[in-house]
Design a protein around this ligand. Sequence first.
Ligand SMILES: Cc1cc2nc3c(=O)[nH]c(=O)nc-3n(C[C@H](O)[C@H](O)[C@H](O)COP(=O)(O)OP(=O)(O)OC[C@H]3O[C@@H](n4cnc5c(N)ncnc54)[C@H](O)[C@@H]3O)c2cc1C
Length: 306
Amino acid sequence: MNQFIGSRALPDLVYHRPNTLDDLLGLVKGVEGDYRVVAGCTDFIPAIRGGKWRFADGINVVDIRGVKSLSGIREENGEIVLGAATRLSDILASPLIREKAPALADAVSQMASPQVRNTATVGGNLCMASPAADTAPPLLVLDAKVTWRTADGEETAPLNKFFLGPGTTVLSPRSVLTEIRFPVPGSDEAARRTRMGQRTAFVCSIISVAVWLKGSPENIEAARIAMGAVAPTPIRITVAEAALAGKKPDEATLAEAAKTAAAHIAPIDDLRASAEYRKSLAETLTRRLLAACVEDLTAYKKSKTK
Ligand SMILES: Cc1cc2nc3c(=O)[nH]c(=O)nc-3n(C[C@H](O)[C@H](O)[C@H](O)COP(=O)(O)OP(=O)(O)OC[C@H]3O[C@@H](n4cnc5c(N)ncnc54)[C@H](O)[C@@H]3O)c2cc1C
């Protein structure tokens, strides 16, 4: 067996780095044999080194980072648009994300390390479809949509329809995720997220939770709750969201919604945590995040009446 310092050697690689989207899509359409579209390779290389992915006959690696239009962050027609190849470090450094989507910046700040964030991309995180993908819960509560292209056309889907199972998405074969977009949150909206791991950094989440509320301290108009590492994919928990809509967000209502959320997840026992512990965390963290969002809505109301 090919072994290299305790891990597998890379297979024969043919490296492609197109500079335009048309060239990229043409290449992906026509490439023969095994291929992978890659960005930062922070999941790709460990998956090969660890033996999760094997390409005995070699592989074509199509690096999308030469295509400038796939990177960057902009505000456009009331939406924030992230190019799929935008690096995590650029998301973290973006004044627009920090101001308008601090829950996403917060999630990214706890991912991996500065070195990994300098090459890892948001699109790679979503396409890898890990149940614990840390950008997924905040993007789910921000109501993100994802767009992908093939040489023959373009498709868009809500992010909550994107994940099919661990490592699987709705991406059609020979397609490239191009962008992620979500509505610019209004001032009557608040979003928060958190995660628990065995350490504060450089670990896979035991659980991650994000919540979003729209309304006022007197009435919740709409709510979104999402979690990672509690099911085969990152999920929205719509039953618990419905329990909040149209209600006054008092302690009992928030506690009931958090309890409902924890009752509708399907975590597993693994080496990081037991299912029971994850359920208990799900309830506690959801309740705390909801309360924090209500405080944000209260603070905004006070600032308006000053
Ligand atoms: C040390 C370390 C720590 C980490 N910590 C975390 C963490 O805390 N939280 C977390 O969520 N993840 C973590 N990761 C995982 C990884 O860094 C992230 O998932 C990262 O965002 C992947 O992005 P990438 O650009 O490197 O993806 P790549 O490795 O380039 O690609 C990953 C997968 O996505 C596909 N892909 C990538 N871009 C596209 C595209 N535009 N269109 C179609 N398919 C595409 C590839 O084919 C591949 O299957 C860690 C990884 C390492 C090595």
